[in-house]
Design a protein around this ligand. Structure first.
Ligand code: UD1
Ligand code: CA
Length: 470
């Protein structure tokens, strides 16, 4: 496929209220394989090669999710899809002479091939509009493609065909995605009237209006129906998630990644996994994760936006926005919070939390330890129960630990403080001053031994118990 997307632009409709979805935020932020639906559409258009993309929104949370990567315009009243496109008029005016791809923010699967093939058809016949359709076994809820003499003549919405069984019986549906000559689109939008069951300005009415004005309208039938599926309610959303999961797992299987189950595995479409890595049950790889080869991830591990080297084992962990090197073992029950960088050969064990810290090569933090806002050297050993006291109630401070340092069990490192190379801290030490290289720091009251104290206690206890029995 060599389709050029030069001379094209894209408008994504994402301002609907999504009442049928009962979403806490906005329907288009509902996630499919952990990626908001609107991001599937927007990233899909961008990676196809469309540079100018405008998303029509109504909820500022959607603008936040788009992270300034796309133009946005607001539709302040939800008057229908035709009205929504009109809200992008200013954007479209700048692109007269081009072709506009319309995508719906609740239909995430419009793929590259469908975009290319439909654009080729659109261009080859000099169409003013090219609708992307599909044959669905269960077309209920979608707009139907009404044909006359084999050619598309109109799109009839579900709400307007309930009393027309012959239309209701049509299985060819409108995906919502399609191409328009930008100038014709602008002209036609102004002619759409809300004369329908829902009292909305339907973008789909543009089809019959364009034809009535003597323009050519074509229909590209997608090769597989999946690419056109949308989600209006929780059941649709689950269906899309199941399709996405199976597709994503199939892609990784083909690349040599091992799985023992599909259930409960969530992998974002943007995650990369190298061959020979095992993904165990209960693993979620969210955002953009990059996992090396020969790793074992899981069981029961959630990672978001993390990079992992080769041959690393991450078992029952939570890891966010961080990097873990090669040949590490992490977990069970380790949490790596944002901004952490774990070098090669580290061992992080159970109930260890690392936050915004660098941990040098070969360092071992085996159990029950918190390291926050710290720069730790290589080949250090942290005993059980070490706490970096990084927060003084007002601000976070950084701590530094040199190479080959040995931090004894139950040490508190009160930040900001530095521990020198090859320095030691005794068990139970609270460190409030910098420790020079090679030194030992101990804060420990003298141990007192009182002979016979425990034996006296025990005798009293036995007497009390015997008295109770009498
Ligand atoms: C729409 C199509 C239907 C098609 C189906 C495919 C129309 C009139 N109908 O129906 O032919 O089969 O999609 O999934 O276009 N939106 C706005 N502003 C609005 C209304 C909607 O931005 O005022 C956005 C929504 O956020 C959504 C998209 O447009 O992303 C589609 O709206 P929706 O209400 O879901 O339309 P459907 O009833 O699914
Ligand atoms: Ca919809």
């Amino acid at each position: 496929m060599n389709t050029s997307f030069e001379g094209t632009n894209c408008v994504i409709l994402a301002a609907g209220e999504g009442k049928r979805m009962f979403s806490r935020t906005s329907k288009v932020l509902c996630e499919v394989a952990s990626k908001p639906m609107v991001m599937w559409s927007a990233d899909g258009a961008r990676s196809a090669g469309i540079d100018s993309i405008c998303v029509v929104i109504s909820n500022p949370l959607v603008e936040q999710a788009l992270k300034g990567q796309f133009d946005v315009c607001y539709q302040n009243e939800r008057l229908g899809t035709g009205h929504a496109v009109l809200c992008a008029a200013e954007f479209l005016e700048k692109h007269k002479g081009e072709d506009t791809l319309i995508l719906y923010g609740d239909a995430p699967f419009t793929d590259y091939k469908t975009m290319c093939d439909s654009l080729e058809l659109h261009r080859s016949v000099g169409a003013s509009a090219t609708v992307i359709s599909a044959e669905l076994e269960q077309p209920h809820g979608y707009g139907r493609i009404y044909r006359e003499n084999g050619e598309i003549a109109a799109i009839i919405e579900q709400a307007d065909c309930n009393d027309k069984p012959e239309i209701d019986a049509i299985h060819e549906i409108n995906s919502g995605a399609g191409w328009f000559n930008t100038e014709k689109l602008l002209e036609t939008l102004k002619k759409i009237k809300p004369n329908n069951a829902q009292g909305e300005y339907y973008l789909t009415d543009a089809v019959k209006l364009l034809i009535a004005d003597g323009n050519r309208v074509t229909c590209y039938r997608a090769e597989t129906a999946d690419v056109t599926l949308g989600a209006n309610n929780p059941a649709d959303l689950l269906k899309l998630n199941e399709i996405a999961r199976d597709r994503i797992i199939a892609k990784h299987l083909a690349n040599g990644v091992h799985f023992t189950v599909r259930d409960g595995i969530v992998i974002s479409p943007d995650t990369e996994i190298a061959a020979g890595t095992d993904i165990l049950p209960g693993t979620m790889l969210l955002g953009k994760c990059i996992i090396g080869k020969g790793c074992i991830i899981g069981p029961n591990t959630v990672m978001s936006n993390c990079t992992v080297g080769d041959n690393t084992h991450i078992d029952a962990c939570r890891c966010y926005d961080s990097v873990v090197g090669n040949n590490c073992t992490v977990g069970p029950f380790t949490q790596i919070r944002p901004g952490s960088n774990i070098a090669d050969g580290c061992k992080l064990g159970d109930f260890v939390e690392i936050k915004n810290s660098n941990i040098g090569e070969g360092t071992s933090v085996a159990h029950l330890t918190y390291i926050g806002d710290s720069d730790v050297g290589s080949y250090c050993n942290f005993g059980c129960g070490v706490v970096v006291v990084n927060y003084d109630g007002e601000k976070k401070n950084r701590t530094t630990v040199g190479d080959y340092a040995f931090i004894g069990c139950n040490t508190n490192l009160v930040s900001p403080v530095s521990v020198g190379n090859a320095a030691y801290t005794g068990a139970g030490t609270t460190v409030t001053k910098n420790i020079p290289d090679g030194a030992l720091a101990v804060t420990r009251p003298e141990l007192r031994i009182v002979n016979g104290w425990g034996a006296r206690k025990l005798r009293k206890y036995i007497e009390k118990k015997n008295n109770l029995k009498k």
